[in-house]
Design a protein around this ligand. Structure first.
Ligand code: WCA
Length: 571
């Protein structure tokens, strides 16, 4: 059904022939213009209301019964086959929390910077930091030293924890730093040693409360520069409760999960560093994403469930064949988030893996993770373009960009969300917070969407100026400021260019100084030297002037059209 047909059906249904706005749409209230979750709170999903509850206490309280915790495996490192049981994990968390509090004097509100790829220690560090009421600020280890210094400064970090190979990037910040594991040639204090030496019984009794800040994760939001998203313990406890409910709805309690999604982003943090421990499942960790290592791990550990991103789903389609290779029969479910999954990739995946359920979800750092869910594979299969229905406790509005009015089903507008998982705001940035969360608590997502009459959400475009490369955010404004720092670049604009493998790549339009002789390669190398690899400019066009509005705003859509035309003319 087309949008137009659906819309006229919805109007017909709403008016009931009388022209009155009486909606039959199950999730949409025509009077308030609000879409509600069709999943009722209460019954099987209930948020803990005790104010004096923190994320770590909540997660640890959900662990399997002590009789089972000694044998039930929480984590497996696929590279070493090293295993961590739930009982080990609990002891490590309490032991490290005791050391952070008594030994290092880490207190409530102190910001702890974490720079590490996924590892068996990552969840322990997160939970121990939460236990003492400190604020976790994780970062991508691929970030450059200057990107890291910026986050350290902005977050006000008092202590850092670093993988040994990344330590050199933290030294210039002057922040006291612990390494996760100690290399033989170095005498830094390590988390591993603290865990071994700590006494789990000395865990601090003064715990943070639900309204305290738990973490600050960096995201570009709907505009430009990276900002610290302030998430409270209540946000995390709510998302854990929803995740637990989701796993129950999907009957995934006995699944073995594969993790390569980075835990320094909300997707990995919420799923793998915290949420799945509330369910008692086993997670196999890939230290780094690699398609062959992923296929080996699926076969070796009988992986059944993979939270993924679109490029990985494409990778699975392209790198496996029916007749040869790995036994992937254990796979039951793959979910896709962080970037739009094209209908073509979804269909190719379903054809190649007919026994595997594929479900798309939608979430943001600002909502502490997933906002939507598909209840069943049949629902998802019938709607390959949809990201699912609102999760319990979520409300949405679809707001007309011109008029600000709330729109009914099948009308496209900006998605606004409200739920107990919505962030407190951006750290030290009241202006950005006010521009993103209104007085009533509605969060503007910067995504263009519509709902159908059954309450399924379809994200159709991005209003916010963000490029999504491999599921990572790339902010054009950040790259433009790097480009403008080049002495031979007079003006620059960065736009997304569609790319089959990675979703989108950043392309720069550059106005170069007369007779500068600057080449595409020069520009690419100049940017690559200053930003994390996923932010690299991968294509350059030279132009005489950057198109701008009367107010000086870059007309990116015009440049996108220009790049598409250029590409088509080359075919
Ligand atoms: C697994 C991916 C898809 C691919 O990994 P990869 O192949 O290793 O590629 P990378 O992008 O990590 O980096 C590779 C690049 O880094 C370089 N590199 C490699 N290690 C090095 C090195 N140590 N030194 C320096 N260079 C190096 C490497 O050379 C290479 O450079 P280049 O070839 O130029 O791209 C990876 O990109 C990835 O994990 N992406 C996911 C990002 C992600 O989690 N985003 C979520 C954001 S939060 C969000 O949106 C939440 C949504 C959500 C939605 C729904 C829900 O239900 C819940 C949540």
């Amino acid at each position: 059904m087309s949008i137009e047909e659906g819309w006229s059906n919805a109007i017909e249904e709403q008016s009931g022939g009388s022209g009155q706005a009486l909606t039959k749409t199950p999730s949409f209230c025509a009077r308030t213009g609000v879409y509600h979750s069709l999943h009722q709170l209460g019954g099987d999903v209930e948020f803990p209301t005790r104010p004096d509850l923190d994320t770590a206490t909540f997660v640890l309280s959900q662990f399997p019964h002590p009789d089972q915790a000694e044998s039930r495996v929480a984590l497996i490192d696929s590279a070493t086959n090293c295993r961590v049981t739930y009982a080990d994990l609990k002891r490590s968390v309490n032991s490290l929390a005791a050391c952070l509090y008594h030994g290092l004097g880490v207190r409530k509100g102190d910001v702890v910077f974490l720079l590490s790829p996924n590892s068996l220690l990552y969840p322990t560090i997160c939970l121990a930091v939460f236990s003492v009421g400190a604020v976790l600020t994780p970062a991508n280890p691929l970030n450059t030293a200057s990107e890291i210094a910026k986050q350290v400064r902005d977050s006000g970090a008092k202590l850092a924890i670093s993988a040994p190979e990344e330590l050199h990037k933290l030294v210039p910040t002057g922040v006291p730093t612990l390494v996760t594991t100690r290399l033989s040639n170095d005498n830094s204090l390590s988390i591993e040693e603290l865990i071994e030496g700590g006494d789990p019984l000395e865990v601090p009794q003064a715990r943070p409360t639900q309204s305290d800040i738990a973490a600050v994760l960096y995201s570009s939001g709907t505009t430009g520069a990276s900002k610290g998203v302030v998430l409270t313990h209540a946000n995390f406890i709510s998302i854990m409760t929803l995740l637990k409910w989701t796993v129950n709805v999907w009957s995934s309690q006995d699944d073995v999960f594969l993790c390569f999604i980075p835990m320094f982003h909300i997707y990995g943090l919420a799923f793998f560093a915290l949420g799945l421990f509330c369910v008692g499942t086993t997670t196999v960790l890939l230290p780094k994403f690699d398609i062959q290592a992923m296929l080996d791990a699926i076969q070796m550990h009988n992986i059944s469930n993979i939270p993924a991103v679109p490029p990985v789903i494409l990778g699975l389609v392209k790198n496996t064949s029916k007749s040869t290779g790995h036994d992937l029969s254990s796979l039951r479910r793959i979910s896709s988030g962080a970037a739009p999954l094209s209908k073509e990739i979804a269909e190719a995946f379903r054809e190649r893996f007919p026994w595997v359920e594929l479900r798309q979800g939608y979430g943001l750092t600002e909502t502490c993770g997933a906002a939507t869910i598909f209840d069943s594979n049949a629902q998802a299969k019938a709607r390959p373009d949809s990201s699912g229905m609102l999760s319990p406790s979520f409300c949405a509005k679809v707001v007309d960009i011109e008029t600000g009015l709330s729109l009914p089903p099948y009308r496209k507008g900006e998605l606004w969300l409200k739920s107990p998982t919505v962030m407190k705001g951006y750290l030290g940035n009241d202006e950005a917070t006010a521009a993103t969360i209104d007085q009533e608590g509605w969060l503007r997502t910067g995504d263009l969407c519509y709902f159908d009459e059954e309450g399924f959400l379809y994200i159709v475009d991005r209003i916010k100026e963000l490029i999504k490369h491999n599921g990572y955010q790339v902010a054009p404004a950040e790259l433009e400021s790097v480009l403008l720092s080049h002495p031979h670049i007079l003006d620059a604009a960065v736009i997304p260019v569609e790319d089959e493998e990675s979703g989108q790549i950043p392309m720069a339009y550059v106005v170069r100084a007369t007779d500068s002789g600057l080449t595409e390669d020069d520009v690419i190398k100049f940017v690559a030297g200053q930003v994390a690899p996923y932010k690299k400019v991968r294509k350059v066009g030279f132009i005489s002037v950057i198109p701008k509005s009367a107010a000086g705003k870059i007309l990116r859509k015009q440049l996108v059209a220009q790049s598409q035309q250029h590409f088509l003319s080359k075919l």
